[in-house]
Design a protein. Sequence first.
Length: 351
Amino acid sequence: MLAIRVNAGIELRLGERMFIDERGASHMDYSTLARIAAVIQSSPVQGWLVIDRDFNVAHANDAYCQLWKVKAQEVIGKYILDLFYHGRKKDKRGRYVEPLIETMDTGHEIALMEVCVSNVYHETNIWCLANTYLLRDDRGDIEYAVGTYLPIDKFKVIERRLDSINLDIIKAFCKAIGVRDAYTKQHSESVAYLMVELAEFMNLSPEEVTKAYLAGIVHDVGKIGVPEKVLAKPGRLSEEEFKVIKCHPVKGAEILAEIDGLGAITRVVRHHHERYDGRGYPEGVAGEDIPFLSRMLSICDAYDAMTSKRCYRDPYTAAQALNEIKRCAGQQFDPVISGNFIQLMKYQHQR
Ligand SMILES: [Fe+2]
């Protein structure tokens, strides 16, 4: 049986039957790469690409193939440098053509890097938020490198309309939270991605799309005040701990109220844990009394949480998560927005 040691970042996404040894290393008892591929495949929002140490593509999930406009059978088993980068690891200025190549070449993992990757195969450029991880065999030798790619082209367009200084501050805040809790590391960007897609799908105005993006990025900023041991606790929270967590929408709204240009989304953040039936928090408001963008946010937030690997459970598949949203429509979630979200995700899957 192949035991693959990975770093702390990847165990959240790929881990299964995981344990930590006395040196703090995590182990997974996958027997084949196919098992990893099955977990990767269930990540509906971001592209995943796995290469082996000879730079051959071992796996590409559906989202990656959609992003790069390729078919899995066209790329799997192929030498990635010939496939996309004219056989080169670096560009004319000596920079690596993309983070996954750099990681396999240098052995350094990369976290939350905004990169513009050129795809010479289709002569396109794609802005992505990329993370890379190394998978090692039981001797500690690098066996595979995994890259995750969240498309952020639309983020770039929206950010051009915004005050860049304030946005940088708020992104730095959100990064600070991510450092303390590996789960939230990319959660806010994934939620922002879903919010923008949903806002456009529902034909909201460009101003509302911008607000939807911002709300996704900052919605959990109030978690900055939640102690780490509560934030990253596996399993059930005590009543007292849950009380602390429940303060984060109000704290977040208070932080945002202090920042010029973000006033419009303080209410959205304050109410992102309200439920359509009025049984949410902090105020227990119901139905259309909850701001529209907060009702969107609670669906996008729940979908990303369900489809992400947590330390105490495997991720839901996209279909399972959509079923759950359907089941909770009218109780936890706005029924009309839920219907739109389900349609959007089905449409994206068919593309
Ligand atoms: Fe939240």
